[in-house]
Write a protein that binds this ligand. Structure first.
Ligand SMILES: [Fe+2]
Length: 468
């Protein structure tokens, strides 16, 4: 395979990002992996992620930055962790060992340090190190990508936006991956409520590269946040051929598509997309993003009153083995939804018990620190809802509603918890909770007007009021 556009040792050196290897092939495979990661695509023209990983390892098995990108993609991209995966743990230890025995640059040393912190669960500290790299080398896309994704896991919305805003002036359109940088920026903008600017920047990125699935994903968010449902459906459908082969994100974009259908009350269409795209992709990839999207979709449909028992029973085949992962609170909460949906009560209880245990374990794991104040009340709220104790769900969720952002994910993903609180308040026997439901719906309508779902739920809330 010819990799004429991929950067070799000299090319990386020339742009001030030298890599400590003498293998041009290893440098090119590093570039191929970076390109595929940033573009969310296993690109057959580059050989795919797995093949490039093998080729890199073969070309120079001791290439430190090669180990950084390979391990980084595993840790950040798949939901794996060193305490669950012995091979990954060994690979991380080997990477750290190599970094200590070789003459590498300060930038490379910092990369190793940051990824090691991430692997240990010290996500904010890892970001500090990546920020240090970016400060001196604003065109280091790997540092930027890992920092950006970690801010996403932390729910640090302003940092997602600002980290990219800071470096853009240092980039020129001639630098490879420039278009993707704009796409990354556009998502930071939508998450901080700059919807018009986000749309403009995403469209600029798409003009440079129509196949930029992350920029298309930004547009999906813009339409979601504005409840611009018909436009969302139209644009995703029109552009489907451009983004559907970006296999690391396409399932998630189909998830956004189904959100529009649920908004409109088109449950059959949502279920058809779930069966045809989301579920299929989830079972094929097993990737955590696909798994949590599948859980989220079924939970939303269930809250709308749709029977998805059969889908839960199938999905639990993928989720059950993750009950004790505790990598991210966001993931745990979604795994729990699937266990309860499939009536796997024992495993659901085990998830909560083991979460309680890791929360009490001293250490630097940020997610485990979040577990006590956020993870456990969220999981208990989900459990109480499944048991029909709707008032308890409200009492657990309402006090923490402004902290839920800290479990990471996007505004659209976390909206599930806003909806859970509203549904629980509507179903609660307490008059105060029913009033709260109306307040929450008025609030929702103020910032996201013309939502068919909000209108439906408001009609329910008004009907409850009229019973008195
Ligand atoms: Fe999204």
């Amino acid at each position: 395979m010819v990799h004429s556009n991929l950067r070799d040792c000299k090319a990386w050196q020339d742009v001030g990002l030298p890599l400590s290897t003498t293998s041009n092939e290893a440098c090119k495979m590093y570039d191929a992996l970076l390109t595929q990661w940033v573009s969310w695509t296993n690109d057959p023209s580059l050989g795919g992620f797995e093949s490039c990983t093998t080729q890199l390892q073969t070309a120079d098995p001791d290439f430190v930055m090669g180990q950084v990108i390979i391990n980084g993609a595993e840790l950040l991209g798949t939901g794996k962790s060193v305490w669950l995966d012995k091979d990954l743990d060994a690979a991380m230890k080997r990477m750290v060992g190599l970094s200590k025995t070789q003459e590498i640059t300060e930038r490379e040393r910092l990369h190793v340090e940051a990824l090691d912190l991430f692997a240990k669960g010290s996500l904010p500290k890892a970001c500090n190190i990546w920020e240090e790299i970016i400060l001196h080398q604003p065109t280091d896309m790997l540092a930027l990508k890992m920092c950006y994704d970690t801010y996403f896991y932390l729910g640090y919305q302003q940092q997602i936006r600002n980290t990219v805003a800071q470096v853009i002036p240092h980039w020129t359109p001639q630098i490879p991956l420039y278009g993707y940088l704009k796409g990354m920026y556009s998502f930071g903008l939508v998450e901080t409520n700059f919807y018009d600017l986000a749309e403009k920047v995403a469209k600029e990125a798409l003009a440079l590269n129509p196949k930029d699935a992350w920029s298309m994903h930004t547009l999906a968010h813009v339409y979601e946040m504005n409840a611009n449902v018909d436009n969302g459906l139209k644009v995703l459908k029109q552009m489907e051929n451009n983004w559907k082969d970006s296999d690391m994100i396409s399932c998630h974009i189909y998830w956004h598509w189904t959100l529009y259908h649920i908004e409109k009350g088109e449950y059959e269409a949502a279920l058809a997309l779930y069966d045809d795209k989301i579920s299929r992709s989830c079972f094929k990839s097993g990737a955590m993003l696909d798994v949590v999207d599948a859980c989220s979709m079924l939970y939303r449909l269930q809250m709308e009153g749709i029977n998805v028992d059969n889908q839960w029973k199938k999905l639990v085949g993928v989720t059950k083995s993750h009950a004790k992962d505790h990598v991210l609170i966001y993931n745990d909460s979604h795994i729990l939804m699937s266990l309860l949906g499939a009536k796997e009560t024992d495993t659901a209880n085990q998830l909560i018990t083991s979460l309680q245990e890791v929360c009490q374990t001293p250490g630097e794991n940020y997610q485990h620190q979040l577990g006590r104040d956020l993870g456990l009340p969220i999981c208990q709220a989900i459990t109480e809802f499944a048991n029909g104790n709707y008032g308890c769900t409200v009492d657990l969720l309402n006090p923490i509603r402004y902290q839920i952002q800290n479990i990471g994910g996007s505004n659209a993903q976390r909206d599930l918890f806003n909806l859970l609180l509203i549904h629980a308040a509507l179903k609660s026997d307490s008059r105060a909770h029913q009033k709260l439901a109306r307040c929450l719906l008025m609030e929702r309508d103020a910032f996201r007007p013309n939502s068919p779902m909000t209108e439906r739920l408001t009609r329910k809330a008004i009907a409850l009021h009229n019973v008195d």
